[in-house]
Design a protein around this ligand. Sequence first.
Ligand SMILES: Cc1cc2nc3c(=O)[nH]c(=O)nc-3n(C[C@H](O)[C@H](O)[C@H](O)COP(=O)(O)OP(=O)(O)OC[C@H]3O[C@@H](n4cnc5c(N)ncnc54)[C@H](O)[C@@H]3O)c2cc1C
Length: 441
Amino acid sequence: MDKVDVVIIGSGIAGISSAYYLQKNFPDLTYKVIEARSDLGGTWDQMVFPGVRSDTDMYTYGFTFNPWEGSIIGQGKDIKNYLNDSAQKFNMREHILFDTKVTSMSWNDNQWTTKTTRNDFISQYIICCTGSRDYKYPNFPKFKDENKYQGEIVHTQDWGNAEIKDKNVAIIGSGCTAVTMTPAVVKEAKKVTLIQRSPAWIVNVDGDEKSTRTYKTYETLIDYFHSRIFKKSYKKKVLAKYPYYNDTNVPSYDFWDQRPACSLNNDYFDSVKSEKVSLELSEVENWEANGIKLKNGNIVNCDLTIMATGLNAQLLGGIDVFVNKKKVNLNDTSWYRGMMFSGIPNLFAHTGYINFSWTARCEIVSERICRTVKYMQKKQFATCTPKYVGKTSKPAIEANYVLRSMDKFPNRSYKFYNSNYLLEYLIFKWTRINDGAVDFV
Ligand SMILES: Cc1cc2nc3c(=O)[nH]c(=O)nc-3n(C[C@H](O)[C@H](O)[C@H](O)COP(=O)(O)OP(=O)(O)OC[C@H]3O[C@@H](n4cnc5c(N)ncnc54)[C@H](O)[C@@H]3O)c2cc1C
């Protein structure tokens, strides 16, 4: 059994941010990052589908402590290299234990025991940086007669060695992933059919745009709140701006209900005009030997079907949590400021924004965690445990993957303003740590 002050689980953006702020604020604290994969980067290590890139501008998606110096939209490989570079720069790599999966976390006798597929760890705190989705099981809709289909089916989360060159490809899904990958797939494939139940909101980004973190923060948040307050007129404005939309091709949800997809230098809008591409606004009825039958009666012939059908949301990496030998059901807890759970002592967990850069929230939460630990050191407290207070949780966004998982989320939340970066920025920095909603002992 190894002993450290803090165990961090996961080495993606949240893990790197947590390690950076811990080192900066507590040079004498010991910590270990436990990572199931063979390399760091999380999402940006796992996602290798053609064309993978950010949707958010990199001015706000990069860390404040290691500003991004590339172009406004980051390609997947470049983001992965950037995360590696950040870990290298601040000497974090030596703290990461790769190829090691956490299997359970148990709180007993005022300390955590983290069981892993290798050695176990004892610590005072855990910071869970396991992302927001199920790494093993993405959303993979099942359609009738799958065993009839003779082509290949691949999910974007589990790309493997799938080849698209000269193939007839169908892409099922219309979200950010489908929009991102379409131009890259169109370049290589013989023919591409986009099967979309409901079109997505897509905005064009000029790849040469130069900006600053402050301006992008201001611009994104103004855009978000504007679209929330003036829903109808804002929708009309976007529909009028892009000729891609027409009477039959209109998203069924409101602008900013989900993060808008990004067309870089019009690459998506240009590629759907290609003769190689057909757009089917319909749902799948069933599989056929040579392709897919749609509910509108059309048959799509394809030898490769790409499921760009998204994720299954998951908190705490689906890891079993025990407090004094009792298994915790997260659905019975309250989500304290979107960073702790009632009844679970000394455990912090990250989640990001849907309407703003994920990284930005990871940084403000990391700083709040450090403020909490400093407060406890000063007052000589050993534990901090949020109380079961707050309001009934409402989904932050009406995205399918959130609605599908509501029974796995806390049923209450307390002061969790997860669509308002500016408010959280101020609150996390300036409000009292002992705010009455946490028991410090
Ligand atoms: C294709 C794609 C594009 C995206 N683009 C954007 C964007 O433009 N802007 C934006 O804000 N967000 C975007 N996101 C959301 C993205 O997930 C976050 O921005 C961010 O990368 C999440 O970082 P994280 O560190 O919280 O989690 P992750 O990147 O998911 O990392 C979690 C880590 O925890 C590890 N882990 C999980 N369980 C265990 C366990 N039991 N034991 C040990 N290790 C474990 C995983 O292996 C992984 O390395 C995108 C997501 C995808 C899939």
